[in-house]
Design a protein around this ligand. Sequence first.
Ligand code: ATP
Ligand code: MG
Length: 338
Amino acid sequence: MAYAIEVEGLVKVYRGGVRAVDGVSFSVEAQEIFGFLGPNGAGKSTTIKCVVGLLKPTAGTIRVQGVDVHHDPGVVKRTIGYAAQETAVDDRLTGWENLYLQGRFYHLPRAEIRRRGEEVLKLFGLWERRGDLAETYSGGMLKRLDIACALIHRPKILFLDEPTLGLDVQTRKIIWEYIERLREEHAMTIFLTTHYMEEADALSDRVAIIDRGRIVALDTPGALKAGIGGDLITVRFAAEDGELEGVLSAVRALPGVREVKEGEDGIHRIVVEQHGDRLIPEIVAVATRHGVGIASVRLKRPTLDDVYLHYTGREIREAEGTREEIFKSRRMQRRARR
Ligand SMILES: Nc1ncnc2c1ncn2[C@@H]1O[C@H](COP(=O)(O)OP(=O)(O)OP(=O)(O)O)[C@@H](O)[C@H]1O
Ligand SMILES: [Mg+2]
């Protein structure tokens, strides 16, 4: 069976030399929700734009429903829906007018637009507000309208670039529910990009972690987390670096300890197979034997954050910048108004 999306060796070098995507390969199965997770500038939007046929790749092949995007862009465009990172909604039009225009772009008959328009607006909880100007919509409503517009021609595959960027947690959860319904009720394949760990974790069947144009890990959220160990113990020793070597090698030798890594922040991350709670007293005992104190110790189940840190050596949160994001989404909305 053909995959819904197949990308092989995708490279995109922008004019000026920025290598935004550097050899990315992945396949998405029909009706899968596939998440592309990475920090600002990782190459998520560039990848999505290549896959939907808006950017010409420097190298690599892309097939959507078995059709080569490069050879047959028209067929691919009719099969997919795409909601860009910057919403395409026109603020000076009503919700209904936005949707209607989009339907006309696809040359749908008027009666068909009316039928499908009602369906998607109801699906996205916007039916009551369809006659209001989009400039009176909240950020979450605008994003929902934008996704609704991408659905008017009933695509089989939906591409969502940062579907919840800059939205609050409640609004984000509402959008997640809509995305899940699209898959359940309309049998859609969904490819989404995000730099929210929680989003990738909650929504995706599989997640590709992308960093500096490359996929550094790809699996189900559960397998990614299990892959770095059952539990993670973080320890801050009350000692100078030079005094720690004996302790660290003794900790590494403890049964069940898989790996000990020192972060840039001076905190040691101890990856253990299982039962981190039982290992903590042993780690404390080892430190005590070496005359080293412990300033703090924490135990946690791995999150995708830890997976990201494991593969890239950096926290994704550093790149997140909530304030910057909000400014960015405001700017994008202003731009959409013009
Ligand atoms: N049109 C362009 N011309 C030149 N460089 C670009 C262009 N668009 C993006 N880039 C660069 O390519 C890299 C990847 O950008 P891209 O927008 O794909 O990242 P992203 O993962 O979507 O980031 P974000 O989370 O901020 O949306 C960045 O270094 C960016 O500056
Ligand atoms: Mg982007």
